[in-house]
Design a protein. Sequence first.
Length: 248
Amino acid sequence: MNKNFRESFEKTKVAGKIAAGALDEVAKIIKPGVSTEELDKVCYEYINDNKAYSAPLFYRGFPKSCCTSTNHVVCHGIPSDKILKNGDIVNVDVTAFKDGWHGDTSRMFKVGEISIKAEKLISTTYEAMMKAINIVKDGIHLGDIGSTIQTHVEAQGFSVVQDFCGHGIGQTFHKEPNILHYGEKGSGEKITEGMIFTIEPMINLGKYETKTLNDGWTAVTKDKSLSAQFEHTIGVTKDGFEIFTLSN
């Protein structure tokens, strides 16, 4: 790998590790009775303590340090005094900005005992993300990623959200290319060694349609069905990939 890629990969990995560490801290406190505001505070303080900045904070006017998307919220849920209760599922999405580079990751958390349907939705979403990551290498098409996710998810009877996608990332928070989580094998541009982007499928228990609430951020399933999401930031190598947002 040439020197330029190595530097961008190493810096993204540092930011990614901080983001993953923030989610590890969330895992320690999440339970029935905790507010999403408290989860936000944990993320903010952990990222700050690691001399990084929470990229979502004030991004295009977003008021908090992370997104907390519960139950039928697909993404961009705003932390608040909302209390989590037994049976809830929640996605926490964090991005750390460190030394000019971003690391972006999200994870599903179970609050107490959750339903069998919710368990299956969460495991299918994680599997879909990992199956897509595992095919990444120099020369594959963007459509191969979307096709891998869509095929796996629809075989389980779930649907893939089409209104939101993964994205290129690096010194800029969101940039080209868009990484769709559905699509045709062999379609779209070829990915090349050195690219850094997120794979972050949002999967619904019901239909794929979403709508955005009046706050301008919170996206929900139109049919109020549960939604799940996982996200990693990865880099493309000649023969494969590196995941930059793994827990220690």
